[in-house]
Design a protein around this ligand. Structure first.
Ligand code: ZN
Length: 113
């Protein structure tokens, strides 16, 4: 499943960060997931629970912040609300997607002895 491969690569990155800082455990993993990223939050949470065992994240909490879809004008950068006509009212050029398709590691809380 998609969510499992995302969680595995996430855990690999968090483990590398924990090792780099000499951490013994990870308390919290914060993730930003866009509405268009095609992620099921429930599946992501259960994939995390399965995959975190025997990693430095075994006791970690997964925080997922959902990021709304955002559009902006290609020309002037003016924000355009999702659901509006996807064209700038000033310039008349088509909008481009500027947010809502990301899967980003936002932060990690480490336990450093
Ligand atoms: Zn514009």
């Amino acid at each position: 499943m998609h969510e499992y491969s995302i969680v595995r690569s996430l855990l690999a990155r968090v483990t590398a960060a924990a090792q780099a800082h000499g951490a013994t455990a990870v308390r919290r993993v914060q993730l930003r997931v866009g509405e268009l990223a095609g992620i099921d939050p429930g599946l992501l949470a259960s994939a995390f629970e399965v995959c975190r065992n025997e990693t430095v994240c075994a006791g970690a909490v997964l925080d997922v912040e959902t990021v709304a879809i955002q559009w902006a004008c290609r020309g002037c950068g003016r924000g355009i609300a999702a659901g509006d006509v996807l064209r700038c009212p000033e310039c008349g050029v088509p909008a481009r997607l500027v947010g809502g398709d990301e899967i980003e590691l936002e932060g990690v809380e480490l336990e450093v002895p």
